[in-house]
Write a protein that binds this ligand. Structure first.
Ligand SMILES: Cc1cc2nc3c(=O)[nH]c(=O)nc-3n(C[C@H](O)[C@H](O)[C@H](O)COP(=O)(O)OP(=O)(O)OC[C@H]3O[C@@H](n4cnc5c(N)ncnc54)[C@H](O)[C@@H]3O)c2cc1C
Length: 429
């Protein structure tokens, strides 16, 4: 089959690219090839099924949440600001609700409504979305254009090609990193990929086999690995308003203030995720990563010591309950054996541990459950104003396949939509 523009991948970026290309070209044949039976499978699981699709901040406040290549995103952001995106959804019948932290959600709180709206906007503009079409190979034609082969033998040719295949996280949604190989085959550099916005696994939290499975990425601890008794004692605990400092060896990597959650994966929650990018990178590079948790950041050490000594007549359990959430006590004391001499609580050691609870990090949960893939197609080789390859004429990239990743809060989806729209519109020119 022949088309003017083909978009591989019907995720956030691909569906928006299809809309942009069809709406801008008026009459060009625009096809989306999506490998799954339904497009937008990953969108369906975003924001716990509610889809935090953008964040209504100005560029100056938005851009610090882009962790790599901020400058590359600026033109795409200008072309599709958060307000423009909200307007787009509104025009297509989906209203928005803004929550704490400027996070925008569909007013129905159903991620499926975002997918349906995108699909309908793209098809109404004239694009066709072909499902169950897994592209297996991409070949550049000598006279210009591209030839694609799908599983099952079907082939396609097109003049312009948009690669919107996403990253590697949650492969069951269809994102299995296929675009990276094609990019490399067409001369692009792919920056090393690694999981980000993921759980960090403290040493001893999981019961690990003596040997990790063959081919595992360094530091990867699969989410399905069983928890140790200590892990089970912490799992389900949430720490509010703590300060966490991440170290690589003796060097401070990053410091964050906020909330963390202990889950079946390890340490997650808003600041667990914020720290994960640098910690995962450090672990992959062979650094010794540890976290120091200050459970009482608002209380100076001396004040805490005198408070504890004023309570020192109390039985240990009662004293600990006055200082810690009761569900945390078992896990906290198990990882701080220095707190007890026999049955006696060492109050000095307690104030030290409350101000600096040290957890060595053994590894991280990988692509099976991370939110986003860091790394990807080198943005230096892509024109920021058009998303076109600087190496291959007629080739465009958008979304998570690019070396762009952000914090949680709607930033990742916004970047996918903005780069997708720009790629589609540029391909239609
Ligand atoms: C659990 C979870 C929650 C998240 N929550 C949020 C959130 O609330 N807010 C936010 O901003 N971000 C969130 N994200 C991140 C966000 O979902 C992604 O950054 C975004 O979906 C990337 O869009 P994309 O279009 O580039 O890739 P994807 O959405 O991954 O889409 C890629 C598409 O390409 C298709 N494809 C891949 N290979 C082929 C092939 N060979 N042939 C044909 N089709 C192919 C895939 O099937 C897929 O449909 C979340 C991610 C996860 C995993």
């Amino acid at each position: 089959m022949e088309a003017d523009i083909i978009i591989i991948g019907g995720g956030a970026a691909g569906l928006m690219a299809a809309y942009g290309a069809a709406e801008r070209s008026r009459g060009a044949k625009v096809l989306v090839l999506e490998k799954m039976p339904r497009p937008g499978r990953k969108i369906m699981i975003t924001g716990k099924g509610r889809c935090n699709f953008t964040n209504v901040k100005s560029w100056n406040d938005f851009s610090p949440h882009i962790r790599t290549n901020q400058g590359f995103i600026r033109a795409a952001f200008r072309n599709l600001t958060p307000e423009n995106l909200i307007h787009f959804f509104g025009e297509h019948g989906l209203q928005t609700i803004i929550e704490r932290g400027d996070r925008a959600y569909p007013s129905t709180y159903h991620a499926s409504d975002v997918v349906d709206t995108l699909e309908s906007a793209a098809t109404k503009a004239g694009a066709s979305i072909l499902k169950d079409r897994e592209v297996q190979s991409v070949r550049e034609l000598s006279g210009g254009g591209f030839n694609l082969s799908c599983a099952g033998g079907e082939t396609f040719t097109c003049k312009k090609l948009v690669i919107a295949t996403g990253g590697l996280s949650y492969p069951a949604t269809g994102s299995t990193g296929d675009g990276y190989d094609w990019a490399e085959n067409m001369g692009h550099t792919v920056k090393t990929c690694f999981p980000s916005l993921t759980a960090l696994v403290p040493d001893g939290y999981k019961t690990l086999p003596e040997r990790m499975p063959r081919g595992s990425q360094k530091g990867h601890i699969d989410r399905s690995m069983p928890m140790s008794d200590w892990g089970k004692s912490l799992c389900g605990c949430s720490l509010k308003n703590v300060e966490v400092t991440a170290f690589a060896g003796q060097n401070v990597l990053q410091r964050e203030f906020g909330d963390i959650d202990f889950t079946d994966g390890g340490i997650e929650g808003p600041i667990g995720f914020k720290l994960s990018r640098n910690c995962v990178k450090g672990l992959i590079n062979g650094n010794k990563i540890s976290l120091l948790i200050d459970l009482k950041p608002a209380v100076p050490k001396e004040e805490l010591e005198s408070r504890i000594s004023s309570l020192s007549g109390l039985p240990a359990k009662v004293l600990l309950q006055k200082l810690l959430p009761s569900e945390l006590i078992a896990g906290f004391t198990a990882s701080n054996p220095q707190l007890f001499k026999g049955k006696l609580l060492n109050t000095k050691a307690l104030s030290d541990a409350l101000k600096a609870w040290k957890l060595d990090i053994a590894g991280f949960v990988g692509y099976e459950r991370c939110v986003v893939t860091a790394g990807g197609v080198d943005t230096d080789e892509v024109v920021a104003k058009t998303m076109q390859s600087k190496i291959t004429y007629g080739l465009y990239f958008c979304g998570e396949v690019l070396d762009v990743d952000c914090d949680t809060g709607g930033y990742n989806l916004h970047c996918a939509f903005a780069t997708g729209l720009l790629a589609g519109q540029s391909a239609a020119k």
